[in-house]
Design a protein around this ligand. Structure first.
Ligand code: NDP
Ligand code: MG
Length: 380
């Protein structure tokens, strides 16, 4: 029996992880954490019987305790509760399916407790990769990518010498606004940005996909996961989302991973790595695939991608500012308080204003996050 804990069990990745658990009788859930969806958490507790569950606010935890009074489950709340879920003694793997930098502390705590990390929460690696990757080595734990592109790269690297990697070709769908001009993007509404052509995901990452900030975060995520330089990672638009990413080796060989867009594949691969297991679902039918096409991203329009390269090249606390400014701006855009293009303007302006700290510790990362929020609040 392989026991797992999940941070963000009520979200898109969280619920798909639980679907993977349902299909595999040798997986068991030991702990779950969510934000505010008490009803769904109750159902998950009844179905999966974890020993421990956490809600963001104590009021929600209280509500959940009442709803599950007939079940033997301990219910906690807040950051302390998240850390308890992350370090639950029975579990071997922590699936980080929470959104945003809030994942940093529980992820570090889980690694210190010897857990492998199935990492979906890319914001943690983008902002604290210089802490997470050496810690994984020190503690002998694995960081197993769940993000589809990174899982693809991970699969392409199977059995290969890391030093023979010449280049990573990170594919992107280009999102719903591929080919649009800045003028056209100025009028984008929340509904338009929430329509992703190929993937169904949480709200924040769907907006990030439309701005290509998601791809920017993924370039930085790949830099840490695979120990390459920013300039060894090339973003290639592949609008059909059939190729999930590719690796070019020293001898010129390119290896790609292909499949239908289904996050259950990378989730299951991370949970069983290096084994492959049967996964029900649609298969790629090459006779029906009309074409696989490629384009170069337009970084003048999707400035968030160019800014990510700048943040990743400089490193230190700048990726934190990039990420925090984006988290702040996307939240405001979703509340219809700022226009669409202000997202990239906010990122650029916060990065310009910031004094970079070369190797920030966790406190300094969280301080840079706070400072970014305060700066943006005072400016907009
Ligand atoms: P969702 O918004 O769908 O889910 C987020 C989850 O986190 C929910 O369970 C939410 O709880 C919970 N949560 C939010 N804030 C807190 C908090 N403060 N404390 C505890 N729990 C909290 O996001 P996604 O599943 O789309 O994304 C999760 C992560 O995975 C992100 O980092 C994203 O970039 C990454 N990712 C997602 C992909 C996808 O296909 N969705 C693909 C690749 C990466 P509640 O809803 O109960 O409030
Ligand atoms: Mg991805």
């Amino acid at each position: 029996m392989r026991k797992i804990a999940i941070l963000g069990s009520t979200g898109s990745i969280g619920t798909q992880t639980l679907e993977v658990v349902e299909h595999n009788k040798d997986l068991q859930v030991s702990a779950l954490a969510a934000g505010s969806n008490v009803r769904l958490m109750e159902q998950q507790i009844r179905r999966f019987r974890p020993a421990l569950a956490c809600m963001k606010e104590e009021t929600k935890a209280k509500e959940l305790r009442e709803l599950t009074a007939d079940i033997d489950v301990r219910i906690v709340s807040g950051m302390e509760g998240l850390v308890e879920v992350a370090t639950e003694p029975q579990s071997e793997v922590l699936v980080t399916a929470i959104v945003g930098m809030i994942g940093i502390r529980p992820t570090i705590a889980a690694m210190e407790a010897g857990k492998d990390i199935a990492l979906a929460n890319k914001e943690t690696l983008v902002t604290a990769g210089h802490i997470i990757m050496p810690l994984a080595k020190e503690k002998g734990v694995r960081i197993l990518p769940v993000d589809s592109e990174h899982s693809a790269i991970f699969q392409c690297l199977n059995g290969e010498e890391p030093r023979t990697v010449h280049k990573i070709l990170l594919t992107a769908s280009g999102g719903p606004f591929r080919g649009r001009s800045l003028k056209e993007l100025a009028a984008v509404q929340v509904e338009d940005a929430l329509k992703h052509p190929n993937w169904s995901m949480g709200r924040k990452i769907t907006i990030d996909s439309s701005t290509m900030v998601n791809k920017g975060l993924e370039v930085m995520e790949a830099k840490w996961l695979f120990g390459v330089q920013m300039d060894q990672i090339q973003v290639v638009i592949q609008p059909q989302s059939v190729i999930h990413s590719m690796v070019e080796f020293e001898d010129g060989a390119v290896i790609a991973q292909l499949g239908t867009p289904d996050m259950k594949l990378p989730i299951q691969y991370a949970l069983y790595y290096p084994q492959r297991r049967y996964l029900p679902g649609e298969r790629l039918d090459f006779t029906k695939l009309k074409s696989i096409s490629f384009e170069t991203p337009d970084t003048e329009v999707f400035r968030g991608l160019a800014l990510a390269y700048e943040a990743g090249r400089q490193g230190g606390s700048l990726p934190t500012v990039y990420n925090a400014a984006n988290e702040y701006a996307v939240a405001l855009f979703l509340q219809r308080k700022i226009p669409y293009l202000t997202i990239q303007e906010m990122i650029a302006s916060a990065m310009k204003h910031h004094q970079v700290i070369a190797r920030p510790n966790v406190e300094e990362i969280l301080a840079a996050e706070q400072e970014t929020y305060e700066f943006l609040e005072s400016r907009w």
